[in-house]
Write a protein that binds this ligand. Sequence first.
Ligand code: SF4
Length: 528
Amino acid sequence: MRKEVLLGDEAVGLGAIHAGLSGVYGYPGTPSTEIFEFVERMARKRGDIHAHWSTNEKVAYEEALGMSWAGKRALVTMKHVGLNVAADAFMNSAVTGTNGGLVLAVADDPGMHSSQNEQDSRYFAKFALIPCLEPRDQQECYEMTMEAFDLSERMGVPVMVRLVTRIAHSRAAVQVTETPREQNPLTPDKDIRKWTLLPSNARVQYRLLTDKQPELARLAEESRFNVLDLRGKKGVIACGITVNYLLENLPEDHDVSILSLGHYPIPAGLVKRLVDHVDEVLILEDGYPFVEEMVRGPFGLPQATVKGRLSGELPRTGELNPDLVRAALGLAPHDGTREPERDVAGRPPALCRGCPHTDTYRALNEALEEYSRPQVFSDIGCYTLGALPPLEAVHSCVDMGASIGMATGAAHAGYNPAVAVIGDSTFAHSGITCLLSAIQQGTNVKVIILDNDTVAMTGAQQSMATEETLDRIVLGLGIDPEHFRLITPIPKNHEANVQVFREELAHDGPSVIVARRACIEKVKKQGR
Ligand code: SF4
């Protein structure tokens, strides 16, 4: 065994490679991006692993499922809200089942450091009736990913590895194997019925999935990642990273009974043994009160009193940390513990100096001065920061692609001008179908595509629809070429750009304005 210092994300990537990975798929999204990027770097050196970003998470998931069908091991990565996009493929892949191992590494963002919600992906695993592994540290990121592939092939289902931001983005020494597994040979699945979810087949497949549940539950009961340590009458169930927060607050000779959870479905037998043994149980989970709800039950308490996020011992929202856990345990704060919020001035994120979006927004703001209600629907990217002072140019951000859809709906309601702002990569991800709909309906929307030639917000990954490719897509969707305009957002073009916006705002029908200038971070990265 040798050691490497790895991010949690990187440990997942290396675990997948050492498990015989043949392909990695994904769409960038904090805090999951580094899983893909790690495998991509290794793949470039090795040449025998497919690694190319996909257009969106659903595409990524389907590509991974295709590799699984072909008998090879596939890893698909995304952030928690990305799984909403991939949900159709994800849910149905549990019903088709797998051939080669299929592992979904999904990174949740409790506390919403870089996300619009803090949904907990463990619910998705339960929803799809598949196992979920939740590492407590970087070593488990590595080992669980390897075991997830074995479990996927053994049970014929996809397996989720659920990370949270603090695991994904912190480093630790990880012991890694000297003898990685070979890749699977190409062995396409011949079972046509299994992969063709016509209702008659789907009923059979769904029954097979439900029939697997007792065995999946037994494997969770016996998993080495679920550890019960019975001691005193005070009990704690600690999930994933919270095991560390707990142990950091307890002396080695503590008398707390602990169930450390890292393998779901929730091992009901282990939970019952703990609950029967203690007078009260505190439940620690970085995410929703997923375990707490189930232990508490819908109609009241089991033998022990259940404490956690629902009872108020822990905050209902946001990340946990060692100090919050300490308080929930009833321990006095450490001497000198201070809340960083009191000592550190707030530094809201801002667009980079010289960012092309700034020039676009200045021109747009000026053109919109003629209108009394200048609502601008935005999407998800660096350009969302245009919502903040001093620009205050955009006024919504809901999900990938929502800018065009919401502007279209607002226009249907009679709102004018209905303006949408979307980046080139987000347009490829989820904007194309919305624009097609708006154009085909002849809706009076103004769509501004900020083409900065990259996926800037997550570190300048490759965009699928930029420059001529983007132009051909937009024209192919049926926009009137007279109302397909191109501007270059630089200060010296300001007046000309304001004029283009004014003209298209005055047009009664769909318009697309592409503001094209490369992200300066991307240009720097290319230079490096
Ligand atoms: S990374 Fe690029 S797109 Fe994002 S704010 Fe900076 S210059 Fe603008």
